[in-house]
Design a protein. Structure first.
Length: 59
């Protein structure tokens, strides 16, 4: 799983650099990385986000 996480991290960095932080493909890569970390148990010490997205995030 470590190799997969490394690849997801590199893909995310590349997409963010080339496409921008808010591009749907970059966000998809961010989700893939989060899922891989969760599956590997790397997120156990993190606090969940319970407040939801900012109401002004899309303005």
């Amino acid at each position: 799983m470590s190799r997969a996480i490394d690849m997801y991290e590199q893909t995310l960095a590349d997409r963010a650099r080339v496409l921008g932080e808010d591009d749907p493909d970059t966000l998809f890569s961010r989700n893939n990385l989060a899922s891989a970390n969760q599956e590997a148990g790397a997120c156990s010490g993190l606090s969940p986000c319970t407040s939801g997205p900012s109401p002004t995030a899309c303005e």
